[in-house]
Write a protein that binds this ligand. Structure first.
Ligand code: R5P
Length: 283
């Protein structure tokens, strides 16, 4: 049975349809003291696939509770799908005294599952933090699907680390060049982007990244494109975190459209990773 956390209800129902598996009934309660209780009142299966985008601390707890609830209800095998793995960007102690948060959450998730599946983690190496087998799915290619016909497109990554993603989207689109900016991050909300030499004047630009969080990176990149007379600027990302005023920042910067996948369920989640997850789960 597919078991959905409150953060992944659309994706879980798409996955159930793809796999032709039943979708479990779930209840998410909050006690007066603020504690959560996620439950599966009618669960009845040997294998449970718990789907939970761990976008918040509460979502992390929901994942642990659902893993425990299905075992309690008799599941002998638990697979945990983390379409978006929260805290994955803190994959090192970047300053003295900091935790490796990705390792801490991976260890906790590992205690209640036989296998983990995640989509485009920020760094592939986070899969090594799990104490159970962890596979990753690459959904970047699907980001080309919602793009309209483009004029002489250039696919741009905001930094060298995302260039491979930009290449994947370009390959899936079928034409265009690939380039990247050089990014320096000064704080969680401030980034500096070096204008790149690539000729963008009059061309449609597709910006590609794994995550759009505050929108600082993409808004700054769009400003550079505007200064250099690019035509339309599209933003695509696997994980549309779109925290706080990110969507407004992108609109004010002049974005043509924002497309993400349903690893995080937002209005901009125009692409589903359900088929790719179903393939990985069927292997
Ligand atoms: C970081 O390296 C990621 O790949 C993204 O570039 C980053 O998370 C984007 O964050 P923001 O939208 O806050 O600039």
């Amino acid at each position: 049975m597919i078991v959905s956390a409150s953060t992944s209800q659309s994706l879980a129902s798409s996955l159930a349809a793809e796999l032709d598996e039943p979708l479990a009934a779930t209840e998410y309660e909050r006690f007066p003291d603020g504690e959560l209780c996620a439950s599966v009142p009618e669960f009845d299966a040997d294998r449970a696939i718990v789907v939970c985008a761990t976008t918040t601390s509460d979502a992390h707890l929901e994942a642990l509770q659902l893993q425990d609830a299905v075992r309690e209800a008799g599941a002998s095998e638990v697979v945990t799908v983390l379409p978006y793995m929260g805290y994955a960007r803190q994959d090192s102690a970047f300053a003295a005294g900091q935790p490796v948060s990705a390792r801490a959450v991976a260890r906790a998730i590992s205690t209640g599952t036989d296998r983990v599946l995640t989509v485009n983690p920020h760094e592939a190496s986070v899969s090594e933090f799990f104490d159970v087998p962890c596979d990753t799915v690459d959904a970047a290619g699907q980001l080309a699907a919602p793009l309209p016909a483009l004029d002489d497109p250039v696919f741009l990554a905001p930094d060298a680390g995302a260039r491979e993603l930009a290449t994947t989207v370009r390959d899936a689109y079928g034409e265009g060049s690939v380039d990247h900016f050089e990014k320096t991050r000064h704080s969680a909300t401030e980034v500096e982007i070096e204008p790149h030499a690539a000729d963008v004047a009059g061309r449609d630009a597709v910006l590609v990244d794994d995550i759009v969080a505050t929108g600082s990176t993409m808004a700054t990149a769009i400003s550079h494109l505007r200064e250099r007379d690019a035509a339309r600027a599209f933003v695509t990302c696997v994980h549309p975190v779109l925290a706080g005023t990110a969507r407004t920042r992108l609109a004010r910067a002049g974005v043509e459209a924002v497309h993400g996948t349903d690893t995080i369920e937002r209005a901009e989640s125009t692409v589903s990773v359900a088929p790719a997850l179903a393939d990985a789960l069927s292997e």
